[in-house]
Design a protein around this ligand. Structure first.
Ligand code: AKB
Length: 318
């Protein structure tokens, strides 16, 4: 039975991953780690233990690990790409300092660690179409710099100290549960809210800006499956490309219009997000994840759109 600590449990991924893990590892502890001001509420609070864990404070991580006999840590603390550009020092403190603290606790207390990387770990000199698993990673954003550093540091702790570190490079994640905040791919969530509310969507990225995206249920499954994977099959660890769909604003707009024919989108570009998106891949090659741990997505743009619209209608009472 696993005892799991999720650092950043009330964020976009954490809020759903905590509930999913609690459903799978019943009887064990799945502890929601949160920072003051982002306390768990409702079902997240009621369905299992929670504990204050500020990733910049190693003592707090160690206390939670000891108290709940933790053997696996999901480290989801990060500032997303656009907000990280506004606060680069904090992005480094959380993304790299926080990861170092987590890895040190994991080394001492023998925990496995999952830390997501991102399509943001690539940069303008990376091949943009079907980006290979092993390729150039020279990102221009602080977010990307922290992600590449995180991949290297996690691999170092695996080879030098035998800490069981594993990871995937998440594309933009789309969900109707907890909205993202400060990312470059957030438009692909916001567009669904606008469609369901009957509002005109102001798209911050221009036509032709392709990026990989993924529906949250697939992303959660990837995070769990990589941690369950047979280690003897893993050639890579930190981090695996994973992919399910790639689109630009026109393609997602046209898809939503199939179900909401009156929906309108106009362009109101955000230069920062556009520059970041232009430096990221258009699509990833996830062959290694498919070969080494049988990764396979279940959602494409069509079935994701149907599910997003149906669930947002319920959520927003629309
Ligand atoms: C962002 O846009 O910053 C994130 C990511 C792709 O890592 N969603």
């Amino acid at each position: 039975m696993k005892n799991i600590l999720i650092i950043g449990a009330t964020g976009q991924i954490g809020s759903e991953l905590t509930m999913k893990l609690r459903g799978i590892y019943t009887g064990g502890n799945v502890v929601a780690g949160y920072i003051p001001g982002a306390e768990p509420k409702g079902i997240l609070l009621e369905s299992g233990p929670s504990h204050i864990v500020d990733i910049t404070n190693p003592t707090m991580i160690a206390e939670a690990v000891d108290k709940y006999n933790i053997d696996t840590i999901y480290n989801l603390a990060a500032l997303l790409s656009a907000v990280a550009e506004a606060r680069p020092q904090l992005a480094w403190k959380i993304g790299v300092g926080g990861l170092y603290n987590t890895l040190e606790v994991a080394r001492e207390k023998k925990c496995a660690v999952f830390t997501p990387s991102s399509i943001g770990s690539f940069g303008p000199t990376t091949p943009h179409d079907k980006t290979p698993q092993d390729t150039i990673q020279r990102p221009k954003t602080i977010y990307g710099v922290t992600k590449v550093t995180g991949e290297l540091l996690s691999d170092y702790y695996a080879s030098r100290f035998s800490v069981d570190t594993r990871s995937v490079r998440f594309p933009g994640l789309i969900s109707y549960v907890t909205p993202p905040g400060g990312g470059t791919t957030d438009y692909a969530v916001d567009i669904y809210y606008a469609a369901v509310k009957g509002e005109t969507f102001k798209c911050p990225l221009k036509q032709g800006t392709f990026m990989d995206m993924m529906y949250m249920p697939d992303a959660l499954r990837a995070a769990i499956e990589i941690m369950e994977a047979d280690p003897s099959r893993l050639i890579h660890r930190n981090s695996f490309n994973i992919a399910s769909m790639s689109f630009d604003p026109e393609i997602i707009y046209a898809k939503i219009k199939e179900y909401v024919p009156d929906f309108k989108m106009i362009y109101e570009l955000d230069p920062l997000r556009q520059a970041i998106a232009d430096s990221w891949p258009d699509s990833l090659d996830d062959e290694c994840a498919r070969n080494e741990w049988d990764w396979k997505p279940e959602f494409d743009l069509d079935n994701m759109t149907k599910d997003m619209l149906a669930n947002l209608k319920l959520k927003l009472n629309a």
